[in-house]
Design a protein around this ligand. Sequence first.
Ligand SMILES: C[S@@+](CC[C@H](N)C(=O)[O-])C[C@H]1O[C@@H](n2cnc3c(N)ncnc32)[C@H](O)[C@@H]1O
Length: 394
Amino acid sequence: MEGNVPIRYLGSKSRVAATIAREVLNGHPTQVVDLFAGVGHLSSGFAMKCPVHSIDVSAFAAEILMWRIASGPRDPDQVAATIEPIYAEHQSLMSDAYAREREAEATFFASPSAAAFMEVEASFGSEPGETRCRLDGSLITSYFANSYFGVRQAIELDAIRCALSRARSEGRLTVDGEREGLIALLCAMTHLSNSPGHFAQWFAVEGRVSEVTKLWSRGVWTQWRRELHRMRPAGTVDWRRGNRVTRANSLELDVPLAGRPVMLADPPYTEAQYSRFYHVLETTTLYDYPECHHRGRYRSDRYKSPFSHRTGVIEAFRSLFDLTLRSNGELFVTYPECAMLHKAGSSIPDVAMEVGLRATRISTYELAHAAPGRGQARPKIVKEELWRVDAQSR
Ligand SMILES: C[S@@+](CC[C@H](N)C(=O)[O-])C[C@H]1O[C@@H](n2cnc3c(N)ncnc32)[C@H](O)[C@@H]1O
């Protein structure tokens, strides 16, 4: 009943979602507000038990949440059949517009070498970003071809993305149908990318030419169809109808939290900024041709969370606990035993006490955390704790 979004994503708590949900549901809340909902593993743990309001600051996470916990009935075959002809048309236009780059890539594939790879790069004639754009609907090719994806792959990714939005604007797809197709595309990108499943950096081509040509020969349409069929929303349509999703900064919430809210927080816990690791998914979702920089091609307006900074983390927890105090609510926090807050010399009970709240540890569990940026390094086993933070008087 928890659903499935087959995306490669750091810090997944799917294995403990049921345990956390059980603890949170102990007090029989009328609604749970998931303040750092990510791709919705924890929110989905409440399927059929309690309505959820899920919040995340990033646009791609909000899209995934809307589909996973708040969508209507689905028909993946109809989504694919509707966009296929539009996809083929856009792909053909793009193949003409980027004929020079396609040819350079074919030469690289026929005789893989670092020099042939550099020729593909030179064929674009400008830096990655908007200046590489040749026609409407070429963002992924302009920003991320010949790095995270091959040129042909990037063209196919753009063609699916554009076919979905055209089908929606022409009334041939519903909002949910377009969203479902987009999420399958985001999932496919994490599986196809020449990177460790996130997008902090793409793997260098030098010394790995045969691996890269193999990766870039993989078909995007087939992978997209596969993800479309692997995806499952959480719970039933009836349960999903009672849920809500907001894209917002949870530390600056201006949406009203009804009654005495029961909140759940799974904030970032390392120096790894989610916006650096998932900028390709964010830009594909927003499709807004942003200013970008660095070899990783990051959007320059990406959100940087204070939870990932040694100098900002204590204040960030203070704001979170202030929200609990102001709303007279109850907050559950899941956080590793030795994470950024501890590196900054504080702890959950210390910060809670500072703002006049009480923190009670209610359970501890072990989790395998992926090591971001370390390629194929084995996940680290980390002790994670679940805290309840509430008013001392209760
Ligand atoms: C550890 S992940 C949460 C994973 C989530 N529990 C799940 O089940 O997928 C942290 C999430 O917090 C989000 N985030 C970071 N700072 C935020 C803020 N100030 N407000 C809202 N979301 C934030 C990130 O975008 C990221 O998705």
